[in-house]
Design a protein around this ligand. Structure first.
Ligand code: AMP
Ligand code: MN
Ligand code: MN
Ligand code: MN
Length: 297
């Protein structure tokens, strides 16, 4: 056992530039699958996961590009979930990343279709809310920007607002619009946590709680969430992500050790102008964590 652990450790000490959270134009990223893979190779990644929101549509092309360039490639997805700490509490949107999934799995595919249908309905209501404040045509503009017509998200609206001259950049669109209490925000019921984890399990994947530092939860609520996530079969949390600050890298490293979670690392890259980190350019995982990629190969 000791020998086995030591072997694992040395193997992954040499291969540690894994980036396991990235987007393409199949969801709300800006690059093609091929361009994302080429960027990861240029940046010296040892392995890359594509984790588009609620779709696996980009995986085939990315896998082919990764094989051609000899890059280890992990099939992933980022599933939108609504979770609340109690029956009468307000629900929070969470993102659960599935890694090492079989993209052909019918249980997962059906779950993702149901979420994407909800997205279209939400987008129409968002368009109506923009009309209400005197900004017409936003549904159509966002729809036109979505390369994958079945995967429409707030980011497409944010880019449409930039193009319409309403704001100067995507980040400002989320400050002024599209977030709770602001115009263009429409509350939405996403998948249940247990459903998302069961779809990932059906597809043979590992479940990762994405960017926990981004959720507006108290410390006690975060403890509850992590306990439920672990009890439902969740195995890992993101520690080093483009959505965390360096103090949060340390905070969630401690949470991973506390709960016995594997640790993940990923840029959450969407595009050059929109993202803080490029794939493979994040700091390494803190010490004394088991990387989630140790169970993916
Ligand atoms: P949706 O799943 O359609 O509600 O959109 C969520 C996506 O919006 C996230 O994955 C991010 O890509 C983007 N997003 C959310 N908040 C912000 C923000 N403050 N700045 C930039 N992008 C954001
Ligand atoms: Mn996104
Ligand atoms: Mn996310
Ligand atoms: Mn993401």
């Amino acid at each position: 056992m000791v020998c086995y652990d030591a072997g694992l450790h040395s193997k992954f000490a040499r291969l540690n530039n894994f980036d396991l959270h990235n987007h393409t134009a199949a969801s709300d990223g800006l690059l093609s699958s091929r361009a994302l893979v080429e960027l990861a190779v240029r940046n010296g990644c040892d392995g890359l996961a594509l984790t588009d929101h609620d779709t696996v549509d980009g995986l085939r092309e990315a896998d082919a590009a990764a094989q051609a360039l000899n890059l280890r490639f992990i099939h992933g997805v980022e599933i939108s979930v609504s979770w609340s700490p109690s029956r009468d509490a307000k629900s929070t949107t969470l993102h659960i990343v599935g890694l090492g999934i079989d993209a052909e799995n019918s249980v997962l595919a059906a779950g993702l279709v149901s979420i994407r249908e909800g997205r279209i309905a939400r987008a129409r209501l968002m368009g109506k809310d923009f009309e209400r404040i005197g900004v017409p045509g936003m549904f159509e503009a966002a729809y036109a920007l979505a390369e994958n017509k079945s995967m429409l998200g707030r980011t497409h609206f944010a880019r449409a607002l930039v193009n319409a001259g309403k704001v100067s950049e995507v980040g400002k669109a989320f400050n002024r619009y599209l977030t709770p209490g602001r115009p263009g925000y429409v509350p939405h019921q996403w998948a249940a946590l247990d459903d998302a984890l069961s779809w990932i399990r059906a597809a043979g994947g590992v479940s990762v709680l994405a960017h926990p530092g981004r959720y507006k939860l108290s410390k006690a609520e975060m403890t509850q969430l992590m306990g439920e996530f672990r009890d439902l079969g969740g195995s890992a949390i993101e520690v080093v992500t483009g959505s965390h600050s360096p103090p949060q890298f340390r905070e969630y490293a401690a949470r991973a050790r506390e709960f016995g979670f594997l640790a993940s690392r990923g840029a959450d890259f969407h595009g050059f102008e929109e993202s803080h980190y490029q794939p493979g350019r994040l700091p390494p995982l803190p010490d004394n964590l088991t990387p989630v990629w140790s169970v993916l190969f």
